[in-house]
Write a protein that binds this ligand. Structure first.
Ligand SMILES: Nc1ncnc2c1ncn2[C@@H]1O[C@H](COP(=O)(O)OP(=O)(O)OP(=O)(O)O)[C@@H](O)[C@H]1O
Length: 252
């Protein structure tokens, strides 16, 4: 689904340059749940933005479903969930989810499609509400429904639950895994949280700062479906330690 070879991104800055990403190599199969974890400024968002064709690489190769990032974007191969829900306050929940379908003039039953997505995220009863009438967690679920409106095979998520309290976050992690299982999407998820990365992922990509690069990739050997019991599994702690060690190594 994603193939990255020696990918590099250098930003020009006054008086020099920032190497945001250096020699990244990564291959992601269809249906995987990949987390990108690393300290602030290590290039996680840059990597996601390169895949989403929101930035252009300065070196290396990047293919999304066998296409260039530009082709993949035009073919609507992915949905993007941002850190803040970025909903339109003057549109109802349903109209927010409808927006990308309207903008792209997608034929067919757009309202039916938007309702289906709201059902998937458990918000079918809130379609007439406005964003300001919803909690932060519910707003983020609306933005997930909006990202899925085109039914893209790939979902990019940039720290979507970072601003939420721990309990809401754990609840949404479970919801996201259910959605992932039901839809078979490939998810690429940015987080700062080791437990969140272990809980959600099939593999965790550990990144390090300056210059941003991939320090290691950890396979998460935990059974599905995951539940609250997963957090008590000894393997959960083993994987968390593995990731922490890689982060420390990168920091050193
Ligand atoms: N448009 C830009 N121009 C110049 N430098 C940039 C630009 N975008 C990102 N950078 C730099 O590239 C590096 C990586 O940034 P990026 O936002 O990808 O990191 P991150 O790992 O997502 O950080 P965080 O966890 O804080 O969100 C940082 O040093 C940042 O300052």
């Amino acid at each position: 689904m994603v193939s990255i070879r020696d990918l590099q991104k250098v930003f020009p800055v006054p008086g020099g340059q920032t190497v945001a990403l250096k020699d990244a190599n990564l291959s992601i199969q269809k249906g995987e749940f990949i987390s990108l974890i690393g300290p602030s400024g290590c290039g996680k968002t840059t990597l996601l933005r390169l895949m989403a064709d929101l930035e252009q690489p300065t070196g290396g190769e990047l293919l999304i479903a066998g296409r260039t990032a530009d082709e993949a974007r035009r073919e609507r191969q992915y949905g993007y969930v941002f850190q803040a829900p970025a909903l339109m306050e003057w549109r109802t929940v349903l109209k927010n989810v409808l927006l990308p379908l309207e903008v792209m003039n997608v034929p067919g039953d757009r309202v039916g499609r938007a309702r289906e997505m709201l059902k998937l995220v458990g918000l079918e009863k809130f379609e007439r509400n406005y964003p300001w009438q919803l909690s932060g967690g519910m707003q983020q679920r609306v933005s997930i429904a909006r990202a899925l409106a085109f039914d893209p095979p790939l979902l990019f998520m940039d720290e979507p639950f970072g601003a939420l309290d721990e309990i809401t976050r754990e609840h949404l992690n479970l919801e996201l895994l259910r959605l992932w299982r039901e839809t078979g999407k490939t998810v690429i998820f940015v987080t700062h949280s080791i437990p969140e990365a272990v809980f959600l992922s099939t593999r965790v990509v550990v990144m390090t700062a300056r210059p941003g690069r991939i320090e290691g990739i950890v396979d998460i050997d935990l059974p599905h479906p995951r539940s609250d019991d997963t957090r008590e599994d000894p393997r959960f702690f083993t994987h968390a330690t593995e990731i922490r060690e890689l982060l420390k190594k990168g920091h050193a």
